[in-house]
Design a protein. Structure first.
Length: 212
């Protein structure tokens, strides 16, 4: 092998080794940055899911109280239904609106990451699965809440019209009872979703505390 060939070979080896070192350094730095980002994300998760759990607790408590009003006529006999004074029905149901709390999640970097569908920044596979379940359940609950709100909105004019003269006929009372039974079904569907979300939020919090 000539002197020139040996020199070129040495230079080639130096270049190749340099490239490998550069790639290794870049990979190490990228991995380091990914893990730093994941630590920050996990800290944000703790804050956001603690907030979501508090919001859900408050929503469920509010809805438990609101349900009592909606369920007032449910299961009443015709005799008991007809015995309710007109002014009592008008005061409770004449507006046709029913207070309820629909879950509005705490939005932040974690929620943005989850809703983007790109969870590759989270190296923990179990955590990725839990976040995916949370996102899927949140979307289901949004759809159910939308159905409940749409039904409430379609119901309001009917109830307002029935009680506009401040007198509730026998037929109007029975219709009101039937409508409120349906409202109650949608209401319970919404609350069941909130309870599932609360359970999922608490599970994620427990996992984060254990794995941190």
């Amino acid at each position: 092998m000539s002197k020139r060939t040996k020199q070129l070979s040495r230079e080639f080896v130096v270049v190749v080794v340099g490239v490998f070192i550069a790639l290794a350094a870049e990979s190490w730095w990228s991995e380091r940055e990914d893990r730093r980002f994941e630590r920050e994300i996990r800290e944000d998760m703790l804050v956001e899911f603690e907030s979501n759990a508090r919001i859900l607790n408050a929503d469920i408590e509010f809805n438990d109280e609101a349900r009592e009003l909606i369920a007032t006529l449910s299961g009443l006999s015709d005799e008991a239904l007809l015995a309710i004074p007109d002014d009592a029905l008008s005061q409770q149901f004449g507006s046709g609106s029913f207070n309820s709390a629909g879950f509005d999640p705490e939005l932040g970097s974690v929620q943005a990451l989850v809703e983007s569908g790109n969870l590759s920044a989270v190296g923990d596979r179990e955590l990725r699965m839990r976040l995916s379940r949370w996102d899927g359940l949140l979307e289901q609950c949004r759809r159910k809440n939308t159905l409940a709100v749409e039904f409430d909105n379609s119901l309001t004019p009917l109830i307002v019209r029935a009680g506009s003269d401040l007198h509730w006929s026998e037929a109007e009372r029975r219709e009101l009872r039937a409508l409120l039974d349906t409202v109650l079904q949608f209401f319970d569907l919404r609350v069941a979703c909130q309870q599932e979300l609360r359970g999922e939020a608490q599970d994620i919090l427990g996992y984060l505390h254990e794995s941190n």
